[in-house]
Design a binder for this molecule. Structure first.
Ligand code: MCA
Ligand code: AMP
Length: 516
């Protein structure tokens, strides 16, 4: 029975005693053990009545079992839908109902808060903890592992990953088996991963970076991961000598550089450091190279496309660029208005086409048509220029998006919530530099009458909105700066507030708004 993703990622490892996951507490899991667990979960998924193309949503902490659910979905042809563990129940509610998930797995501690949400969305709820606990495990444990995969074609869907939009509504990016497989093969070869590698893995596994880039590359190479529950700088330093490669967002690198024992000796045996998900500052690149002798390899991708460009493994890694288009990925830089390719060196929007590009947004044909051209090019919304050697430099975003510590915050989503609060006439959420997270959200609220009750706003945020999206500070003003067309001048606001979090502590540094 053919199932391309299973056949390449998992089947070759059935019964293998080779290490797959090293755990920071000294534990380890072989490929064979991992797949036996996944096979049990596959049996449970089938026994619960899920069929290929049904959606299985998870909001569970990172663990080998959490990863085994992904493998079980590939085996059963069920579409895997991982959710950020920081999402509040109100946010989860949207994802479950929009996707029409049949089964929802959450942490045992979250069941009480999420039961009604799952019921309202028509999803069965079960729990999965990080220690082999939870009702899903209780159900799966007595079952015999089913290690044969349901037949799938390369075009069948493997995962939905939700990504927010500038209109404030999250969109489910539909990723096919071929999307994931093509990119994983390309990256494994491009970055030279082999059986001998051990990847220091501290990324969450509910996003493309930690799930598909890191995990699928490891599976294809047959290498191992040092699988950390979350990023903890002391643990990173403690485990680094057992690893050969690391993938991270820029915040990982700045935090490592702040660590007193992080130096050339500690990284001497490492062969590769990769960064992405957000721009890495030039001074971070420079400091990293000066301290360790390693030049970080920066690459660029998106949820909708997996990875598009990368600096080379061998050859010139140009700091400040995201490298060259990956094999099989076509990249062009076009005029935002006309869609025509711009002259070399000119700024335009990045468009990409290739087997990595997603199938569209779930149930959103209009949104899909706006961003995915009929000829297959996807309009990323990232502004860039390409130099004479073909290297691409991202210079800004044509989309209103804040990337904080590698997580996306959509100002529109927050503005819609804030605009509805008593005492707020309107609001604007802007990105300001943040020493630790790269960028942070700052909310500017226009006073209505006596103005908002900030305690009430903070309380509402805590209950309804994932913590990472929270504005790090709020400013109350009488009016927003607008141009003659009435459009809010976010660029002017970003300039005025750019020193607001100068030391990254999140402490407001008052500075008058100077309109330009
Ligand atoms: C945690 N907090 C955050 C963030 N993370 N706030 C803003 N932005 C964040 N990214 C909140 C916490 O809830 C906490 O709130 C407070 O900030 C400080 O937490 P701290 O302990 O310092 O944070 P942390 O737990 O150490 O997390 C920081 C982190 C983490 C390690 C940078 O955010 C992370 O793992 N980021 C990686 C994201 C990622 O994988 N992105 C890939 C997307 P309180 O103080 O109230 O408790 S995929 C993608 O973008 C594309 C495809 C690509 O190219 O890869
Ligand atoms: P996501 O929606 O989470 O997939 O985030 C994708 C976005 O992250 C891209 O559209 C870029 O704006 C940004 N991104 C990813 N990698 C890089 C990078 N190396 N440099 C700059 N921006 C990046």
């Amino acid at each position: 029975m053919v199932n391309p993703l299973f056949d390449v990622l998992f089947k070759p490892h059935l019964g293998s005693a080779a290490p797959f996951l090293f755990l920071p507490d000294g534990g380890r899991l072989s490929y064979g053990e991992f797949l036996t667990r996944a096979g049990r979960f596959a049996a449970a998924i089938r026994e619960m009545g899920l069929k290929p193309d049904d959606r299985l949503a998870v909001q569970i902490d990172k663990s080998p079992d959490a990863l085994a659910v992904y493998a079980a979905c590939v085996m059963t042809g069920v579409i895997f839908l991982p959710l950020n563990t920081a999402y509040a129940p109100a946010e989860v509610s949207y994802f479950l109902s929009d996707s029409g998930a049949s089964l929802f797995l959450c942490d045992p501690s979250g069941r009480d808060a999420l039961e009604a949400v799952a019921e309202a969305a028509g999803a069965r709820i079960e729990t999965l903890g990080i220690k082999g606990d939870g009702s899903f495990c209780t159900f799966a444990d007595p079952l015999a592992p089913q290690l044969s995969a349901t037949a799938r074609s390369a075009d069948d869907l493997a995962a939905f990953l939700y990504t927010s939009g500038t209109t404030g509504r999250s969109k489910g990016a539909m990723l096919s088996q071929a999307n994931l497989l093509s990119n994983a093969r390309t990256l494994t070869a491009h970055w030279g991963f082999t059986k001998s590698d051990v990847l220091l893995h501290a990324l969450p596994i509910f996003h493309t970076h930690g799930l598909f880039v890191a995990t699928n590359v490891t599976l294809i190479a047959g290498s191992a991961m040092m699988f950390m529950g979350k990023f903890d700088v002391d643990q990173m330093v403690a485990q680094m000598t057992r690893c050969t490669t690391m993938m991270g967002v820029p915040t990982f690198y700045t935090r490592l550089l702040d660590h007193p024992v992080f130096d050339a000796d500690l990284t001497a045996h490492m062969r590769l450091f990769i960064s992405g998900s957000a721009p890495m500052r030039k001074d971070t690149h420079d400091q990293f190279e000066a301290r360790t002798g390693h030049r970080v390899l920066e690459r660029y991708g998106m949820t909708e496309t997996n990875m598009n460009t990368s600096n080379p493994l061998d050859g010139l890694r140009k700091t400040g660029t995201v490298g060259l288009p990956l094999p099989e990925v076509e990249v062009k830089i076009t005029d935002l208005e006309t869609g025509e390719i711009v002259d070399a060196g000119e700024i335009g929007v990045i468009e990409v086409r290739g087997p990595n590009v997603f199938k569209g947004y779930w149930n959103m044909p209009e949104k899909t048509a706006q961003e995915l051209r009929p000829d297959g090019f996807f309009i990323t919304g990232d502004l860039a220029q390409q130099d004479a050697d073909g290297y691409i430099t991202i210079v800004g975003r044509g989309k209103d998006l804040i990337i904080s510590g590698g997580f996306n915050i959509y100002p529109k989503e927050l503005e819609m919530i804030l605009d509805d609060q008593p005492g707020v006439l309107e609001s604007a959420v802007v990105s300001v530099p943040h020493a630790d997270m790269g960028e942070a959200a700052l909310a500017v609220l226009v006073r209505d009458g006596d103005g908002p009750d900030m305690d009430a706003i903070r309380f509402m945020m805590r209950n309804d909105v994932a913590r990472f999206k929270h504005p790090r500070d709020y400013i109350i003003v009488d009016a927003l700066p607008r141009n003659t067309m009435g459009k809010v001048q976010k660029n002017a606001m970003r300039d005025s507030y750019r020193d607001w979090f100068v030391d990254g502590s999140g402490t407001a540094k008052p500075k008058p708004l100077v309109l330009k």
